[in-house]
Design a protein around this ligand. Structure first.
Ligand SMILES: Nc1nc2c(ncn2[C@@H]2O[C@H](COP(=O)(O)OP(=O)(O)OP(=O)(O)O)[C@@H](O)[C@H]2O)c(=O)[nH]1
Ligand SMILES: [Mg+2]
Length: 430
């Protein structure tokens, strides 16, 4: 990746750069793909081949802007009490009691469509839609009433069997060209009940498979062919099918909406942390290419200087994306029963100065810039500052993501230890 940016800055052979562009991009992006559609990749490659560098910069700018500003509206539908509000709260990273959390309760609480903005990402809205459980339900009228066209996709929730109304709704959603996903909630309850009632023969995987088979049979019976079903517990989003649901949604979203979606994923599994890491790396790589392209155009401001307060702000933003901002770290410390200072002792991303003084960043930037200067001559300072910033941001992303994984595992270990202590079981034998 460094080599591609360095070759770009030298800018000798754009034909070759155009050929290398797609393989470099492909190795960089997440396993579900990135923010650039195949058509836009072709556009970029074409502009690069003809050395139309203003076009290259403009296309990248257009893609970055679209990704950063894409609104996302998610509709959550289901009968009363199935866990719609709990699902939305969990996705928004709020506990049930927190302010701004969706109203949750054992009586019918969702009577009209209610928007819930994501607390961190205001362009994301979850819509808690009114229940579909009335006997004279008309899916077409219902979809009109809730203004179906405004949503990116629909989540249809059930906590037991999906109803005929759910199936009718799914058919209508499909007809209007939108995507829907079936989510079966409260599987933690099913497991708990099954274990209590059949303690000797209980097998977790067998129970989950039975729930899945039941849902499949039930949905095919009421006319949904090959339904996609995700088993979840709103109290344990890192468990069951939630990670697969995340991946599926990400893969099926339009390219420019993926970045918005990946940022809002709760940092509850290695997979979601890795996807976030890949998308953020893709964004800064594209931004670096844009600056490199602009550097060939006279009188264009292309390289920003190295501004320390700006860098600190950038680190804080990455910390917030990965749930390691000041407040979140305090929360984690409380959960782990340790001090924030202790957390700082085994993480690296919470110390801005340690990261910014890293000698290897200067060495990497120097290596790239030497190549640039040998071809372009002149003082290397602007290109050097630009590369130093790029490598520093890369370091920020990687260090914060690594720390997010370390803290996630410590939290999971502590939860499972507490469970063992509560149940009086021997954890070592698990
Ligand atoms: N065990 C378990 N309980 C859940 C889960 N999801 C929701 N609940 C509980 O189920 C009850 C109903 O949840 P809500 O989120 O209010 O359901 P809703 O679909 O929004 O209900 P209405 O607003 O009335 O339509 C609450 O007591 C929740 O705590 C889950 O995954 N597992
Ligand atoms: Mg509700």
């Amino acid at each position: 990746m460094d080599q591609f940016i360095s070759d770009f800055l030298v800018g000798k052979n754009f034909q070759q750069l155009a050929t290398n562009f797609v393989p470099n991009y492909t190795t960089l992006v997440s396993k579900v793909g990135g923010i650039i559609s195949p058509e836009n990749l072709d556009r970029l490659q074409g502009a690069l081949k003809e050395a139309k560098l203003k076009d290259v910069a403009d296309i990248i700018e257009e893609l970055l802007m679209a990704a950063e500003n894409a609104p996302l509206d998610v509709a959550v539908i289901g009968e009363s009490g199935t866990g719609k509000s709990s699902f939305i709260s969990a996705l928004r990273g709020l506990s049930y009691e927190e302010e701004g959390s969706v109203s949750v309760g054992v009586v019918e609480t969702t009577m009209k469509k209610t928007p819930y903005r994501h607390p961190k990402y205001p362009n994301v809205t979850f819509w808690d839609l009114p229940g579909t459980g009335t006997p004279n339900f008309h899916p077409h009228e219902y979809l009109e009433m809730v203004e179906f066209a405004t949503y990116d996709f629909f989540i249809i929730i059930s906590s037991c069997r999906f109803s005929l109304n759910d199936a009718l709704l799914a058919q209508n959603i499909k007809e209007i060209g939108k995507k829907f996903y079936f989510v079966r909630t409260k599987v933690d309850n099913d497991l708990y009940n099954e274990e209590k009632s059949k303690p000797t023969s209980f097998k977790r995987e067998r129970v989950l498979q039975r729930i899945r088979d039941n849902c499949l049979a039930n949905l095919s019976h009421i006319g949904v062919p090959e339904p996609c079903i995700f088993l979840v517990s709103n109290f344990d989003l890192d468990d069951f099918d939630f990670p697969i649901l995340e991946e599926t949604l990400l893969k099926e979203l339009p390219f420019h909406k993926r970045y918005t979606f990946v940022l809002l994923l709760p940092n509850l599994s290695d997979a979601s942390i890795e996807m976030k890491r890949a998308f953020l790396k893709e964004m800064i790589w594209l931004d670096a290419l844009k600056s490199s392209a602009l550097s060939f155009i006279p009188f264009m401001a292309c390289f920003n200087g190295f501004d320390l307060p700006q860098q600190e702000k950038c680190l804080n933003l990455y910390q917030s994306h990965f749930g390691l901002d000041e407040n979140s770290v305090k929360e984690i410390a409380k959960k782990l029963g340790m001090s924030v200072e202790k957390i700082k002792s085994f993480t690296k991303s919470l110390n801005f100065w340690l990261l910014v003084k890293d000698e290897s960043i200067v060495a990497r930037a120097m290596k790239c810039v030497e190549c640039y200067c040998s071809v372009n001559g002149g003082p290397p300072s602007t290109a050097f500052q630009f590369l130093k910033t790029y490598f520093l941001h890369l370091k920020f992303i990687n260090t914060v993501a690594d720390d997010a994984k370390i803290l996630l595992h410590k939290t999971l270990e502590s939860i499972s230890l507490r469970r063992c202590q509560r149940d009086g079981s021997d954890c070592l034998t698990e």
